[in-house]
Design a protein around this ligand. Sequence first.
Ligand SMILES: Cc1cc2nc3c(=O)[nH]c(=O)nc-3n(C[C@H](O)[C@H](O)[C@H](O)COP(=O)(O)OP(=O)(O)OC[C@H]3O[C@@H](n4cnc5c(N)ncnc54)[C@H](O)[C@@H]3O)c2cc1C
Ligand SMILES: NC(=O)c1ccc[n+]([C@@H]2O[C@H](COP(=O)([O-])OP(=O)(O)OC[C@H]3O[C@@H](n4cnc5c(N)ncnc54)[C@H](OP(=O)(O)O)[C@@H]3O)[C@@H](O)[C@H]2O)c1
Length: 262
Amino acid sequence: MQPALQSSERATLESISAIRTWTPGLYSFKTTRPPEYRFAAGQYARLGLLTPQGHLVWRAYSIVSASTDDELEYYVIDVPGGAFTSQLRQLVPGDPILLDRQSLGVMLPERFTDGEDLWMLATGTGLGPFIAILREATVWQRFRHLVLVHSVRHPEEFSYRDELLELQRAHDSEMAELRLLQTCTRVQPVGEEAHLHGRITTLLQNGELERHAGLKLMAESSRVMLCGNPAMIDEMRELLKERGMRPVRRDTPGQYLAENYW
Ligand SMILES: Cc1cc2nc3c(=O)[nH]c(=O)nc-3n(C[C@H](O)[C@H](O)[C@H](O)COP(=O)(O)OP(=O)(O)OC[C@H]3O[C@@H](n4cnc5c(N)ncnc54)[C@H](O)[C@@H]3O)c2cc1C
Ligand SMILES: NC(=O)c1ccc[n+]([C@@H]2O[C@H](COP(=O)([O-])OP(=O)(O)OC[C@H]3O[C@@H](n4cnc5c(N)ncnc54)[C@H](OP(=O)(O)O)[C@@H]3O)[C@@H](O)[C@H]2O)c1
């Protein structure tokens, strides 16, 4: 008989409360949140599920919720044959899932000690932590401009677009201005479609990213957060280095922070 998930010193037992499907391979889900669970926007949780063989598998997922929300939200891609996502995709509201008691991650905008403009560069589900960050007031008060760049393979993968446009509209003169740049890499835009075409790295090199943002990406004023595909992050590190930018370290201020998803 399959062992049941149970809470422990390490983890609490939560349940799925809602699921929203964006495309056949992309979805967001919410779980219950223990009242004592604390996290900062930009951090991730570790979730646990059992495989059909009865092995407990843990994976990291960025929290999409604002830190004050009653539930915890995550944005996930289904990895065909993936040990965790193959189980996750079968869950329905009411099903149990383990939540590690400790939130993790140091990709936090408050780690930038200076800078005027915050650039958030995401591939695929790397968008998640930036939604959490934008759902809170802090960055809107702290920076002059916020630039969110989201790169996906196909345009139907621009999840959270309506909420982002709403956040952009809700801006007032006391707050930062949000510039939303969406780029898709495997399909050319048709007619009036508002998104860009090409990888973030290519758009930075050919000047399109800065042109569309209406801002220069430079060490003096720009702070950068990178999240998602590790190859994008490696290439971006080199491009930022060429612009005189360094990573933020525990004891050394810098201009960028990064989180690899695999
Ligand atoms: C700090 C951190 C935060 C993360 N946050 C998220 C998140 O918010 N949403 C999310 O979907 N995943 C996230 N991941 C990845 C997640 O932890 C799992 O690795 C992923 O869900 C696949 O697990 P799996 O066991 O099904 O597949 P595995 O058998 O572990 O297969 C892993 C392979 O799947 C591919 N892959 C894994 N994650 C992704 C992804 N997000 N997008 C595209 N390809 C991927 C890679 O090729 C990788 O080698 C995060 C990872 C880390 C380290
Ligand atoms: N369920 C399904 O039917 C299905 C279908 C396809 C894929 N998948 C799975 O989904 C995963 C891929 O997910 P995804 O598309 O969200 O992630 P992804 O492959 O990381 O692609 C997301 C974005 O990142 C870009 N990118 C990739 N490498 C880059 C680099 N070195 N520099 C700059 N940009 C880069 C991609 O551009 P490019 O397009 O140019 O690479 C794309 O725009 C795979 O694990 C695959 O197994 C599932």
